[in-house]
Every structure is written in structure tokens, then in C-alpha cells.
Ligand binder design. Structure first.
Ligand code: GLN
Length: 507
């Protein structure tokens, strides 16, 4: 048995049946990290001593019959979650040496469930990006390769380190955050499952803020059930986050086995989204993927029913997001001024100290967002940009609300293309932002959504041999239906391809 190939569900069972210890499971993953992280750069910080101590603690709890739901399960934590006593960088130079004195609620809950933390996963700086190219700690390499081509590809972003670590079998699962697609798009690029819950389902306390009205934590793993198990431990009301929802946490894992009978599945008319040149490079494969989903889910006997829906304002989601997200980011990032924590540069006076600290500490993409955000919030332009974007955000939500009057879930592609090569789109931010056309509408509306890997592009196509995910979107707080439909898609799709670079694979 290769321990690094197990699902979380299998590992939980194996630990309880004493087939292997939590220490052995953690050691297998630490060894995989040692071998592959130099190539992948999926982790910014690895914490082997801490991980082994946590594994020993899990073994004791398992022995004493006091084990939590995730006892002994080795995870990667996106380096945007504050971890008490362990450096937390947000992949930024400005927080290069920041050691938080407190723990985020999501990671505290995972620890309380007995999870083992292997280390902190790489990301785009402050979670701004779709490629992981903006990290101050260097890019992450996607463990997948194009057929017949050794070019290093991006893992997607911003949770690219988390996605690469899970795909390459360096961790059984990971945490991610998703402001405009940062869990789902890297999941699609790396052939794994990623789930963004309803806004408010997981506490934002202790997660370094990007755009507070959009940010949401969620799980990344290799199966739908594993994501459901992780979310069960991560979710729940937190008085420390005023936008956290005071609702019971359902049994998400049980929902995975519920099937789709009686459900109405919404297929969106008018795809690909018009007026987005170059966005749907893999349009043929995506069209086939949606046809397959229809066949898999909407069978005559015990299947779901197909409903055609429209989301007329889908094409306005991207420009709306790229006003609202930078606006909130410019406000959130004002706190990094060199005074209270993080990096500080010398200056002749206070203003020069601020200027130098921020000039040295932030990378180009973060600076671009701060500039855009400050502009759209400024006195003369607030009404023209920010206020208007807020109104369109509401209309996009209304589109979804109307569509959900006739269906239970909506399927969409996760991303318009497969993984691209490193450095390919980094020079043109507009091209980079197009990655997010199918994911940002969901954040603007605050809905739950999952990306499930369903296919690999044909070998002969440019960029062939790479995974593609399908997105399932639900009504607010109806994650259970999202998991049920995603599990049905996963079963029918039978996605079994594996990346070239992974633990245990000979290279
Ligand atoms: N790619 C999007 C952006 O750059 C989304 C990032 C995210 O979800 N954190 O803003």
C-alpha cells in the first residue's frame, strides 16, 4: 500500500483499523515533500518536527479511543491562514518574517479534529492571481505535463501550492481560500477537487484579508467525499467573524451518497460567454464536457431533470469583480505600513518610511490592485465605478436567484482553458484575469461551488493531456446538493489520470 496514494476516507479507516500509524503516514508525506518540493515549490515552509509531534499526538488519541474526525490526516495549509508560532507570509515580502501570535479559526478547528499540518503552501502574493507566478517565494510548478512536452506549467492560483501538493501526493488534502476562483481554478488545473462554500460558512478570522466581502475558505482534496469530510471540520459559526453564519453544520460526507434523483440541473444557455476574446481556448472540450454531464446526470430512469437557464449578466461579472476586489484590497492592505508588524524600511521621516516599506514589500500585481482600488474609491470616481459595480453585483445575484427558481444546481465550466505555461500570461493582466470568468460570478453572489475533474484534453490538441474540471454551483447554504451532484459526476466521469510528477512515480 502506498500511503501517499490514499484518500482521506481510506486513511481515516486505515488508522482506526491500525493498519498503519499516523506517524508512518506523516513520515511518508514528509519524505514525498523532501523529494518533490524542490521541483514543485508547493510549500513555502515545511514543519516536519511539528508534524511528527502532531502525528504522535494523533496516535495516542487513536489508541485511547479519543480520536477526532481527522486524527492523523496530513494536510497542507495555504500560507494565508495564520498559524500561531509558525511563519505566515501570504507569499509577500512584506510579511516574510511574520510569525502570528494567534491561530485562524479554520486551522484551529482542523487541529481540534486531530489533523496534522505538514507546512504552509505557496500561493499568489496576498492571493491575487490565477497562476501562482506572483509569489515572492517563486512560482509553483504544476505536477502535470502536456503530452510530449516538458514545459513547466502553472498550477493555477491563487491556491496553487495547495493544489500542486495534493495532486502530487505531498498531502492528502489542503486548505484554500477563494475570493474569485482561487480554490476551484487551481483544482481544475491540477486535476483535483476544490470546494468554495457559501460566503459565511467558514470563519474568516485569522485569514489574511484580500477582499472581505468575497473571501471564503474551503477544502481541496482528491475526491468529492474527502472535500466533504474536510469541510465538515472547517465550517461552523464563529463569533470572532461578524459575517460568519450562525447555522448548524450538516453532514456533508453523507450528502455525497445521496444521488441526484429528483434534482433539477441547470445548464446555462449562451456559452461561451460572448465578447471575451481568447477566453475559451478549450471551447470544444468544454462543450463536450457539458454534454457528458447532461448524459451522466439526466438519465430517464433514476436521474435528475435538465433545465435550461440563462444568466444574462454573466459577461459583466469579470469587470465588476475587478473593481470590487481591488477596492476592498486597497483598504485591507493599508495596514501594512511598517509600523506595527511586517517589514519596515528606513526613511528620513514617517512618510518616507511608509513609502519605502510598501514599495519594497509589495510585488507588482499587489501594487496594481492597490492603485486600481484606490482610484475607484476616490472622491471623483466612487459613484462612477465602485457604486456602479455594487449595483451590478446585486443584479448578478438576482440572475442566479431567478435561475434557482427553476433548478437546484447549475453546472458551468470551472475555467476557460487548461493549465498554461509559466510566464505565458503574466505580462498581460487582462489575459490573466480572463481565467476567472466562470468563477467570479459565484463569489459575487456568495454561492457554494465545487470543481470536479472530469476529463483530460486530447493528446493531439495544443496543450493536450491536461485535466479539466466541471463546476457545480448551488443555492446559498445548499452545499449538500452540490456535494451530491459532484459525487455523481465524479462517479460517472471515472477520472483516473495522474500527474507525471507525483510521490511514488518513477521519473
Ligand atoms: N484570480 C482571482 C484574482 O486574481 C481570484 C483570486 C482569489 O480567489 N483569491 O483576484
Amino acid at each position: 500500500m502506498t500511503l501517499t496514494d490514499l484518500t482521506i476516507a481510506q486513511a481515516c479507516a486505515g488508522l482506526r483499523e491500525k493498519k498503519f500509524s499516523a506517524r508512518a503516514l506523516t513520515e511518508a508525506h514528509l519524505a514525498a515533500i523532501e523529494t518533490l518540493n524542490p521541483q514543485l515549490n508547493a510549500f513555502i515552509t515545511v514543519t516536519p518536527d511539528l508534524a511528527l509531534a502532531q502525528a504522535d499526538e494523533a496516535d495516542r488519541a487513536l489508541r485511547d479511543g479519543k480520536a477526532g474526525a481527522l486524527a492523523g490526516i496530513p494536510l497542507a495549509i495555504k500560507d494565508l491562514f495564520c498559524t500561531a508560532g509558525v511563519r505566515t507570509t501570504a507569499a509577500s515580502r512584506i510579511l516574510e518574517n511574520f510569525v502570528p501570535p494567534y491561530e485562524s479559526t479554520v486551522t484551529a478547528k482542523l487541529r481540534a479534529a486531530g489533523a496534522v499540518f505538514l507546512g504552509k503552501a505557496n500561493l499568489d502574493e496576498f492571493a491575487m492571481g490565477s497562476s501562482n507566478m506572483t509569489s515572492a517565494f517563486g512560482p509553483v510548478t504544476n505536477p502535470w505535463r502536456r503530452a510530449g512536452d516538458e514545459a513547466a506549467l502553472v498550477p493555477g492560483g491563487s491556491s496553487g501550492g495547495s493544489a500542486a501538493a495534493v495532486a502530487a501526493r505531498l498531502a492528502l488534502g489542503a486548505t484554500g481560500t477563494d475570493t474569485g476562483g482561487s480554490i476551484r481554478q487551481p483544482a481544475s488545473f491540477c486535476g483535483i477537487v476544490g470546494m468554495k462554500p457559501t460566503y459565511g460558512r467558514c470563519s474568516r478570522y485569522g485569514i489574511i484579508a484580500f477582499a472581505s466581502s468575497l473571501d471564503q475558505a474551503g477544502p481541496m482534496a482528491r475526491t468529492v467525499e474527502d472535500c466533504a469530510i474536510l469541510l465538515g471540520a472547517m465550517a461552523g459559526f464563529d463569533p470572532k467573524d461578524s459575517t460568519s453564519a450562525d447555522r448548524p453544520v450538516p453532514n456533508f460526507a453523507a450528502a455525497c451518497g445521496e444521488g441526484v434523483e429528483g434534482l433539477k440541473i441547470g445548464f446555462v444557455s449562451g456559452l461561451p460567454i460572448p465578447n471575451m476574446p481568447g477566453a475559451d481556448a478549450d471551447a470544444d472540450v468544454i462543450a463536450r464536457m457539458l454534454d457528458d454531464a447532461d448524459k451522466w446526470l439526466c438519465r430517464d430512469d433514476d436521474g435528475a431533470t435538465r433545465v435550461d437557464v440563462t444568466l444574462p449578466r454573466l459577461q459583466h461579472a469579470l469587470p465588476t469583480y475587478y473593481i470590487i476586489a481591488p477596492a476592498e484590497a486597497s483598504s485591507n492592505l493599508a495596514r501594512y505600513d511598517g509600523v506595527r508588524f511586517g517589514r519596515r524600511a528606513d526613511g528620513a521621516d514617517l512618510i518616507e518610511m511608509y513609502e519605502r516599506t510598501r514599495a519594497e514589500g509589495f510585488g507588482d500585481e499587489v501594487k496594481r490592485r492597490i492603485l486600481i482600488g484606490t482610484y475607484v474609491l476616490s472622491a471623483g470616481y466612487y459613484d462612477a465605478y465602485y457604486l456602479r459595480a455594487q449595483k451590478i453585483r446585486r443584479l448578478i445575484y438576482e440572475d442566479f436567484r431567478k435561475a434557482f427558481e427553476t433548478c437546484d444546481v447549475i453546472v458551468l465550466p470551472t475555467a476557460p482553458t487548461v493549465a498554461f505555461a509559466q510566464n505565458e500570461k503574466i505580462e498581460d493582466p487582462r489575459l490573466m484575469y480572463l481565467n476567472d470568468i466562470y468563477t467570479v460570478p459565484v463569489n459575487l453572489a456568495g454561492l457554494p461551488a465545487i470543481s470536479v475533474p472530469v476529463t483530460v484534453t486530447p493528446d493531439h490538441a495544443a496543450g493536450g493531456g491536461l485535466p479539466l474540471g466541471l463546476q457545480v454551483i448551488g443555492r446559498p447554504f445548499e452545499e449538500e446538493k452540490v456535494f451530491a451532484v459532484a459525487a455523481a459526476i465524479e462517479k460517472a466521469a471515472g477520472f483516473s489520470a495522474r500527474p507525471a510528477l507525483r510521490a511514488g512515480a518513477a521519473r
